[in-house]
Each structure stands twice: as structure tokens, then as C-alpha cells.
Design a protein around this ligand. Structure first.
Ligand code: CP
Length: 308
């Protein structure tokens, strides 16, 4: 991985931990170039990409597909349900096959944390891996689109007061974001149910009540309640969660005029955020989805730079 003349080159993108600050800023600035139609980009040969989603997705899957097609890559369809995964083929063997077929980039979402390690360590697999989410581990492309959205608003990260609020333990978005935001100099806070928080996150920020911090925030990052990762041991009511931890109209009014509200989506309306606030003036939820296409174009370009 490297940055040469402002150009980022990557072999894989599986976690935010291996990206330098320079690479992060390079990718989000390049995403902005693509958004403003100011990126001079041409393919030097035919490239193939395939999106292998073993967990449900709308945004990540479809925005990678849009990004690949905008850049002129040939997209190879993959449907886990009709593939040889049904005959017991392992993830390793599926990716080994894609590599043998000449697929240059595989975007993979999988429920197993760190699924990517054996793929990037393999000497036989030539295809580049972009992690589209691994269990509760990492979600680097979501993180980069979040960073691009914050950077568009504030032009930097130093000393911004940012709260990550909600189901933190189960969130790969939270884990990717807390590490890099701390490294970029943001002032981090956590909010939400204590049972969905772990002391291991204390190195990045303090756990507080949202009402104690809301008036000072620059960015409120809400997280989806991830019912599919819960074991049913905690009692939960939509109304109770919304009242205690969610963004209600009353809390929205307490935010600074310059503050922004983010959510990776899909949103549980009237749980993490009131229905009427999803598209409110301080919300950047739609902008996040739009930025997802452009930052993913920047990620793919960086992978192609790495192959040049
Ligand atoms: N934010 C996000 O990862 O959404 P999807 O699950 O729809 O891809």
C-alpha cells in the first residue's frame, strides 16, 4: 500500500487499521473528485469484478455495482443461493475459483469475522479482496463514505465532537469508525445501552448519556439496532429505546445548527431516529448513500493502481 503523487495504491482493502491517514485522506479526496466529475480515469485493459454477498445488503452491494459500472469494469454476477456454496464449497474455494477465472476484484460480505485473512494470505489467490463487512468486525467502505461525508461538511476531523450512539458491540461500522476517527484527531463519545457497549472501547472515547452531550456535538452517528446479532437475552421495546436513546424531535432541536446526523442505514424508523427526521435538514443519511458510490469508485481505482 502506498500514496505516490497523491495516488493511492492498494492490494486489498479489508480493514481500516492498515490504512495510513494519508491513504484515508487520499481516498476521500478522490471520492470527492469523482463526485464533482473531476477525476480523469481510464482503464488500461479489461477488468472483472464480482460482488459476493453472503449476508443481506442493499447499499453496499448495489453501490459497489454502480461504482464498478461507472468505472467501466465488467461485473460478474454471483448469487450465493444458486452457487456451489450450496454443495458445500468453502469461501476459500469460491474465491480461488474467481481468481482462476481471472476476476480482478472480489467484494465480499460474510458473517464470519476476519473471514478475509486466509484469502489475503493465500499465495494462490490473485484476486484483490474488498471487505464489504465481516460479521461484527469491520466495514471499511462504509467508514470511508462516513469520513467523506464528515469531511465535506467540516473540511477536517481535528477536535470535532462526534458521538457514536446505539448498538456499538455488534456494529462493524462503529468499530471501523472509532479507530480511525480517534487517529484523525476527533473527540469521541459513545452513547446507548450499556449492555451494548464494551470497556475495550474506552481507549477511543467516553460512554455518556446522549442528553449530557447533545448540545455540544458536531456529528451524531446513530447505529442500527442489530436484532440479527442479538441472542434475545436483553429486553427491548421500540418505544422505550427511542425515548431513552433515539433521536427524537426534542433532541434534534437541541443539536447545534451546524451539527449533522448520520446513520449507516438501513434505518429502523421511530427506533434509532424519528420517522420525520430521516430526511430533516441536519440529516446526511441520503448524502451518505450518495457518497458511497463515489468513495467506492476511489477504492476500486486504488486497487487498480495497485495492479498497474
Ligand atoms: N450500511 C450498509 O452496510 O447497508 P447495507 O447492509 O444495505 O449494505
Amino acid at each position: 500500500m502506498a500514496v505516490t503523487d497523491g495516488k493511492v495504491s492498494l492490494k486489498h482493502l479489508v480493514t481500516m487499521e492498515t490504512l495510513s491517514n494519508e491513504e484515508v485522506l487520499g481516498l476521500i479526496k478522490r471520492g470527492s473528485d469523482f463526485k464533482r466529475n473531476q477525476a480523469d480515469f481510464r482503464l488500461d485493459r479489461q477488468y472483472f469484478a464480482s460482488n459476493l454477498f453472503f449476508e443481506s445488503s442493499t447499499r453496499t452491494h448495489k453501490s459497489f455495482e454502480v461504482a464498478e459500472k461507472k468505472l467501466g469494469l465488467d461485473v460478474i454476477e454471483f448469487d450465493a443461493k444458486s452457487s456451489s456454496v450450496n454443495k458445500g464449497e468453502t469461501l476459500y474455494d469460491t474465491i480461488l475459483t474467481m481468481s482462476a477465472l481471472g476476476v480482478d476484484i472480489c467484494v465480499v460480505r460474510h458473517s464470519d469475522e476476519d473471514y478475509y485473512q486466509e484469502l489475503v494470505d493465500s499465495r494462490s489467490i490473485q484476486t484483490s479482496i474488498i471487505n464489504g463487512g465481516d460479521g461484527s468486525g469491520q466495514h471499511p467502505s462504509q467508514c470511508l463514505l462516513d469520513l467523506m461525508t464528515i469531511y465535506e461538511e467540516f473540511g477536517q476531523f481535528e477536535n470535532l465532537k462526534i458521538a457514536i450512539a446505539g448498538d456499538i458491540t455488534h456494529s462493524r461500522v462503529a468499530k471501523s469508525n472509532m479507530q480511525i476517527l480517534k487517529r484523525l484527531g476527533a473527540d469521541l463519545y459513545f452513547a446507548g445501552p450499556r449492555e451494548w457497549y464494551s470497556e475495550e472501547f474506552d481507549v477511543y472515547g467516553n460512554h455518556v448519556a446522549l442528553d449530557d452531550i447533545i448540545e455540544d456535538l458536531d456529528v451524531l452517528m446513530l447505529l442500527r439496532v442489530q436484532h440479527e446479532r442479538h441472542d434475545g437475552s436483553t429486553s427491548f421495546s421500540k418505544e422505550g429505546y427511542n425515548k431513552t436513546y433515539g433521536l427524537t424531535e426534542e433532541r434534534y432541536q437541541k443539536l447545534k445548527d451546524s451539527a449533522i446526523v448520520m446513520h449507516p442505514a438501513p434505518v429502523n424508523r421511530d427506533v434509532e431516529i424519528d420517522d420525520d427526521l430521516v430526511e430533516a435538514p441536519k440529516s446526511r443519511i441520503v448524502a451518505q448513500m450518495q457518497n458511497g458510490v463515489y468513495v467506492r469508485m476511489a477504492i476500486i481505482e486504488a486497487i487498480l493502481n495497485g495492479k498497474a
